[in-house]
Design a protein around this ligand. Structure first.
Ligand code: A2P
Length: 339
C-alpha cells in the first residue's frame, strides 16, 4: 500500500450493526484514513459514533455533499444504495456496497477478497458489490475445492443469526427472550414469527419459484463469484435465535472425487479459512464459541457423503457481521487503496 496516500472514507449507515463494525475494523486494520465521515438518516444526524477512540458526529446522508470522498462504504439498505451510491460514484468516490441492489449487474463486480480480488479493479460504474453474508462465508471454502475438483452441485441449509437483520433483529430476539422468560405475551415485528426459542425458514421475500430471495442470492452469487453458471445450488435459508454468526450445513457433489483428507489438506491452506475438525465433543466450530467477534471462516464436520460417490459434507461458520459484511467491505477498500 502506498504509505503516503490517505483516503477520505464515508461510512453510510454508520449507526447500524454493520456500519459500526466497519468503523471498528477500519480502525483495527489501521486503514489509511485522512477523514472519516459517518452518515445515517436524519433520525441519527447530530448523534455520535466512535472511531479510533474519537467521537465523530453523524451527518444526514440526504444533505451531505459527496464531493471529495475517496471511498464510500454503504450499508444502509437497498433503497439508500439505489439512490445514493450512483451519486457518490458520480462525485468520484469508489463505492463498496453491502446491499443486493447492484450485485447481479454485469458491470458491477461482486468480490470476496480471498476469492476473486482481481475483479475489484474492473468497476466501470465505480461500484463494487459486497456479497450477501451467507454466500460470503461459503466462497473461501468452496473456491479451492472448485478449482481442484470441479463443483457440480451444492445442497445447502443455512442457520442465520438475527444480526443479519440489523440492530432491530437483535433487539427483537433479546426482547422476546426476556418477555417469554417472564411469562409475557410477545408480538413479532421484525421477523414474521416468534424468533426466541424458535427458528424461521423464511428470510427475505418469497420468489415465484417458491424459494426466498435470501436463498436465490446463494444461487446467483455463487455462480457469479466462482464464474461458473453451471454450478447447481439448492439452498434453504433459516433464521435461528443466535445473535452473531451464521452456520451452514453444506453438501457438495464434485466432478472428480475429493476425499475428506484431501479436502482437509486443501482447506488448511485456504486463505481466510480455519479448519476445526476433530471428531470429538466440541471439535467443531459453532457461532458463539468460534465465529462471533473473529475474522476467519471456520470449517468442520468434513466427511465424505456415504450416499453419493462424489459427495462431501462440510459445516461452515463465520461472523456474519465481520467476514459476512464489514470485514470484507474493508478488505475491498484495502484492494482499492493498494491500486
Ligand atoms: P439510522 O440510525 O439513522 O436509522 P441496521 O441494518 O443495523 O438496521 O442499520 C441500518 C443503517 O442504515 C443505520 O445506520 C441507519 O441509520 C441507516 N439508514 C437507514 N435508512 C436510512 C436513510 N434513509 N438514509 C440514511 N441512512 C439510513
Amino acid at each position: 500500500m502506498n504509505e503516503q496516500r490517505r483516503f477520505k472514507v464515508a461510512v453510510v449507515g454508520a449507526t447500524g450493526a454493520v456500519g459500526e463494525t466497519m468503523l471498528a475494523i477500519l480502525a483495527e486494520r489501521n486503514f489509511p484514513v485522512s477523514e472519516l465521515v459517518a452518515l445515517a438518516s436524519e433520525r441519527s444526524a447530530g448523534g455520535e459514533v466512535e472511531f479510533k477512540n474519537r467521537k465523530i458526529i453523524v451527518q444526514d446522508l440526504a444533505t451531505f455533499d459527496p464531493a471529495g470522498v475517496d471511498i464510500a462504504l454503504f450499508s444502509a439498505g437497498g433503497s439508500v444504495s439505489k439512490e445514493y451510491a450512483p451519486k457518490f460514484a458520480a462525485a468520484g468516490a469508489v463505492v463498496i456496497d453491502n446491499s443486493s441492489t447492484f450485485r447481479y449487474d454485469d458491470d458491477v463486480p461482486l468480490v470476496v477478497s480471498e476469492v476473486n480480488p482481481r475483479e475489484a479493479k474492473n468497476r466501470p460504474r465505480g461500484i463494487i458489490a459486497n456479497p450477501n453474508c451467507s454466500t460470503m462465508q461459503l466462497m473461501p471454502v468452496l473456491k479451492p475445492i472448485h478449482d481442484g475438483y470441479g463443483i457440480e452441485r451444492i445442497n445447502i441449509a443455512t442457520y442465520q443469526s438475527v444480526s443479519g437483520a440489523g440492530r432491530s433483529g437483535m433487539e427483537e430476539l433479546g426482547k422476546q427472550t426476556a418477555e417469554l422468560l417472564n411469562f409475557q405475551q410477545i408480538e413479532p415485528k421484525k421477523f414474521p414469527q416468534q424468533i426466541a426459542f424458535n427458528l424461521i425458514p423464511h428470510i427475505d421475500d418469497f420468489q415465484p419459484n417458491g424459494y426466498t430471495k435470501e436463498e436465490m442470492k446463494l444461487v446467483w452469487e455463487t455462480q457469479k463469484i466462482l464464474g461458473d453458471k453451471n454450478i447447481l445450488v439448492n439452498p434453504t435459508a433459516v433464521r435461528v435465535p443466535v445473535f452473531y454468526g451464521h452456520s451452514e450445513a453444506v453438501n457438495i457433489e464434485t466432478r472428480k472425487k475429493i476425499s475428506a483428507e484431501e479436502a482437509r489438506a486443501l482447506l488448511q491452506k485456504a486463505p481466510g479459512v480455519k479448519v476445526v475438525d476433530e471428531r470429538k465433543a466440541g471439535g467443531y466450530p459453532t457461532p458463539v464459541t468460534h465465529a462471533s467477534g473473529t475474522d476467519p471462516v471456520y470449517v468442520g464436520r468434513i466427511r465424505e457423503d456415504f450416499s453419493h460417490p462424489r459427495g462431501l459434507n462440510l459445516w461452515v461458520v463465520a461472523d456474519n457481521i465481520r467476514k459476512g459484511a464489514a470485514l470484507n467491505a474493508v478488505q475491498l477498500a484495502e484492494l482499492v487503496a493498494a491500486e
